[in-house]
Design a protein around this ligand. Structure first.
Ligand code: ZN
Length: 318
């Protein structure tokens, strides 16, 4: 379902919603504005990191500070679609909000496409959004590994074939997210997962009941039965997928020191994984838009340069 350009979710800088829906030229100013704010955030982060004495971190700060200095869009005007065609991006999605937005958008598009294919093959499949958490703790690395191992064990129980709350699940894709727990102030890693099944036992999404999934999760983690399962809208599946592919960290809700700590702890780790029918969706090779399908169509190039205060459109060359 296309979202209206006035959808308030689009104004949330931490939301991926603005990246989907309206793709025409009318949506470009908001899009560029969103990227400009993200770029400003990345510049502030680069400033923070550049205070470090570590030469490696100095390099990271340098890369971060030039990320998205320019953006090249192509407007395919006969079909009114705008595609991000060129940009030098730092790819450090744990530090850079601009790269985090683009990474989320790429994954979102790839997995939604797979989802539509699967649903066309079996219209009885339903998508559910499942959130799994472990107990908050001071040691992010230890807590993250605990969550990851617990998730692996949950799936192993399905594969062993001796009865599992995931029996009947056709496929799933999930992502790890870390933030500070609202009450504890300690690290709170958790995961959001889209689960595809004809039916997931409803007991797990009736408040106050310990369902089969909660019980298994508690048995595995030893410290959490926190499981949330809710059906994803059939009409607007993107709304559920957005939860999975949003940022791995909440930039606007944490200090720069926490962002840096999460980067140093989680870099190089696989933060998005899949199982079953969602396996084999290709990883995005870059963070630009795919426009192969539009090849041969006429377009106008729009070149934006970042100046203090935001992106400015360069006058088109004669
Ligand atoms: Zn970047």
């Amino acid at each position: 379902m296309a979202r209206s350009p006035d959808d308030p979710k689009k104004e949330n800088p931490d939301s991926l919603a603005g990246e989907i829906g309206v793709q025409g030229i009318e949506a470009l100013p908001r899009r560029v504005d969103r990227y400009g704010k993200a770029k400003k955030d990345a510049l502030d982060m680069a400033d923070f990191i550049s205070q470090s004495d570590d030469p490696q971190l100095q390099k990271v700060a340098q890369r971060l500070s030039t990320c998205g200095d320019y953006l090249v869009f192509r407007h395919f005007y006969t079909i009114d679609q705008v595609k991000l065609h060129g940009a030098r991006l730092c790819m450090k999605h744990l530090l850079c909000k601009l790269c985090a937005i683009r990474r989320g958008a790429k994954y979102l598009a790839a997995y939604l496409q797979r989802f539509e294919l699967l649903r066309a093959g079996n219209p009885r499949l339903r998508a559910y959004l499942v959130t799994l958490t472990v107990k908050d703790g001071d040691d992010l690395k230890e807590r993250f590994e605990h969550l990851k191992k617990s998730q692996q064990e949950l799936w192993m129980r399905k594969h062993r074939g001796r009865g599992s709350p995931l029996d009947g699940v056709a496929g799933a894709v999930w992502s790890y997210e870390v933030k500070r727990g609202a009450g504890s102030g300690k690290w709170h890693p958790h995961l959001h997962m889209v689960v595809l099944a004809e039916y997931l036992p409803s007991e797990d999404y009736q408040e106050g009941t310990l369902g089969a999934l909660s019980a298994a999760w508690h048995n595995i983690t030893g410290d959490s039965f926190m499981v949330n399962v809710k059906p994803i809208s059939q009409e607007d599946p993107a709304s559920g997928f957005i939860e999975v592919f949003k940022y791995a960290v909440k930039f606007s809700e944490q200090s720069q020191a926490d962002t840096l700590h999460a980067f140093l702890t989680l870099r190089g780790k696989r933060l998005i994984a899949s199982s079953g029918a969602f396996r084999g969706v290709p990883e995005p090779v870059d963070l630009l838009d795919d426009s192969e399908a539009l090849e041969g169509l006429p377009y106008v190039t729009l070149f934006y340069r970042y100046l203090p205060g935001g992106y400015t459109l360069n006058p088109p060359r004669a």
